[in-house]
Write a protein that binds this ligand. Structure first.
Ligand code: DGJ
Length: 549
């Protein structure tokens, strides 16, 4: 069903039905337009501003085929259990434009309405020309015409299972559809339920490093755009073609430029009608031993071509990694590669199990603006488990929720204090760490204090690391000698930066956050602080005042 925009706009703003005599019989309060979400940068740090203040996305992504109204009852209970504040969920081009030029807004409207009912914000994923390197979400009427909406040609001269970035016919239609989608959001979402939009999904190509069609070949032999040369740190003197400029990286750089240019045009058109923050997600290459082009998805914003994406797709605010790695060295390297002066760190997808939950803290420690494990809904389980009471510790989950418990634990802790955490991080006052196997201690340096984080330490004993490296901790500075401390499976202590001094706890308050404010429960002392501040599996927050002697 296609709904006229003006009708939607009316329902989103103000409806008052009057009888013939003029009495109001039904009234819907006008929806106040909230500030537009935006990505801001200050002193080298980024914040995603939502409702005018820094926001930390405690995200969860639904499975690929869960973005249908009939599936949503299997999504919301998971989001609720997780204490997530943002749902990442796809919008499918094939659903959105069932016939050429006819847009069906019913699904996006259902998602918007239900997200508001569940007090959850949205990151909508535009499954357009590319989904995991293929054109599988193009409308059927496009797929039926591969001559017109053509695939790229691989090295053997055969069409690949990937759209050609040089197909202007597809590009024009993606621009038209994405623009209609963004225009609709502008009209239907004065509440700013949608805070960010992903343009395409893991765009690029598996199985071919670039398009080898004659038209693409001609461009490959043409001079590299000066902006690309500059972005990649090359001298831009005499015109130089891709091969001469980049040698073994020429083809993959060329494809990144081609895909980013296409996606950048789609993004720019959507942004022109509704300037929400936009991002592109990447299927990664190995961050430690990348391997030759061809061994990873080519064309997307992998770490080696982020600068090409920046220059070719300036309407994309963030290049975001999808991190499906459990090894701490590799994971942390990815975070480091995507946290750049010109790029906010946003973990758009990651695997959701216990091994990865700790990296939410690593992401925070690098001023990440969001984190979102993938596939956290109940679409793959026969029944939806009953929601546990809000106060139940997430770690105590049993059944299908078990796999979600570590992520839920994180969000249960951070959710109520999300605004403070996001603000402190934007101000550069927060540090956080995750346990790495074989490294049972870590130091988080502040000006006058070092926070010493240890894992697997018994009472007064040496830190030996946890049986599985799941520990995590965060420390935020509230004043010269005042800190907010939280974590799981870890111990935190403080050492004065001045070597001749020793620390004493002046006072340690344990509390919970309610409505964004710390609520005192008790003063911790004695066994609870003599060996440092201990964090197990409960969502505990401490406010600590330190002194020296
Ligand atoms: C990464 C993709 O972006 C997701 O849509 C999904 O296909 C996952 N991979 C599956 O692991």
């Amino acid at each position: 069903m296609t709904i006229a925009l003006d009708k939607l706009f009316r329902t989103a703003t103000c409806v008052a039905l009057l009888t013939a005599g003029g009495a109001a019989i039904a009234q819907q309060a006008p929806v106040k337009e909230r500030p537009l979400p935006k990505l801001v940068q200050k002193d080298g740090r980024y914040a995603l501003m939502v409702d005018g203040a820094p926001y930390l996305m405690l995200g969860a992504q639904a499975h690929n085929s869960s973005g249908w109204p009939a599936m949503l009852p299997k999504v919301w209970p998971a989001i609720e259990y997780l204490h997530a504040n943002t749902l990442e969920i796809p919008i499918y081009w094939e659903q959105f434009e069932p016939k050429p030029g006819q847009f069906d807004y019913t699904v996006v409207d259902t998602i918007l309405t239900q997200a508001r009912e569940h007090h959850v914000r949205l990151d909508l994923l535009w499954f357009g020309t590319w989904k995991n390197g293929s054109q599988h979400y193009m409308p059927q009427w496009m797929k039926a015409d591969p001559e017109r909406y053509f695939h790229l040609i691989d090295k053997n001269g055969r069409p690949a299972d990937s759209p050609s970035p040089f197909c202007t016919a597809s590009q024009e239609l993606d621009i038209r559809a994405f623009t209609a989608f963004m225009r609709h959001l502008k009209a239907a979402d004065p509440q700013r339920t949608v805070i960010i939009v992903q343009v395409e999904n893991e765009s690029g190509t598996w199985g071919s490093v670039r398009d080898y069609s004659p038209a693409a070949q001609k461009l490959f032999e043409a001079p590299v755009p000066a902006g690309v040369l500059k972005a990649m740190g090359k001298q831009s003197g005499a015109p130089v073609n891709w091969q001469d400029a980049f040698g073994p990286e020429a083809e993959v750089n060329f494809h990144a430029w081609a895909v980013a240019t296409y996606v950048g045009k789609v993004a720019a058109a959507g942004k022109a009608v509704y300037p929400l923050p936009l991002y592109a997600n990447a299927a990664l290459r190995d961050p430690i031993k990348p391997g030759a082009p061809g061994s990873y998805e080519a064309g997307g914003p992998t770490d080696n071509v982020i600068s090409i994406w920046k220059v070719a797709a300036p309407a994309i605010d963030i290049e975001a990694p999808d991190i499906y790695m459990n090894d701490a060295t590799a994971y942390l390297k990815v975070l480091e590669l995507y946290r750049r002066d010109d790029n906010a760190l946003f973990v758009a997808e990651t695997s959701g199990g216990a091994a990865n939950a700790r990296f939410f803290f690593s992401t925070l420690g690098l001023q990440g603006i969001g984190f979102s494990p993938f596939g956290l809904d109940y679409s793959n389980t026969p029944s939806v488990p009953a929601a546990p009471p809000a106060s139940a510790p997430a770690a105590a989950a049993r059944g299908p929720q078990d796999q979600f418990a570590p992520a839920a634990q994180n969000y249960q802790l951070i959710g109520p204090m999300m605004r403070d955490i996001a603000r402190l991080n934007f101000e550069g006052k927060l540090q956080a760490a995750a346990e790495e196997a074989g490294k049972p201690t870590q130091t988080l340096p502040f000006k006058q204090w070092n926070a010493a984080v240890s894992y697997g330490a018994g009472r007064g004993g040496r830190a030996a690391g946890n049986a599985e490296p799941v520990g995590r901790a965060l420390v935020a500075q509230l004043g010269d000698n005042q800190f907010l401390v939280a974590g799981f499976s870890s111990r935190v202590d403080f050492r004065p930066a001045a070597a001749d001094k020793r620390r004493q706890f002046m006072r340690v308050d344990e509390g919970v956050y309610e409505n964004g404010a710390f609520k005192f429960i008790r003063i911790l002392n004695g066994d609870e602080t003599d060996n440092g501040l201990n964090f197990r599996s409960e969502p505990i927050v401490l406010r600590v005042s330190l002194g020296v002697y």
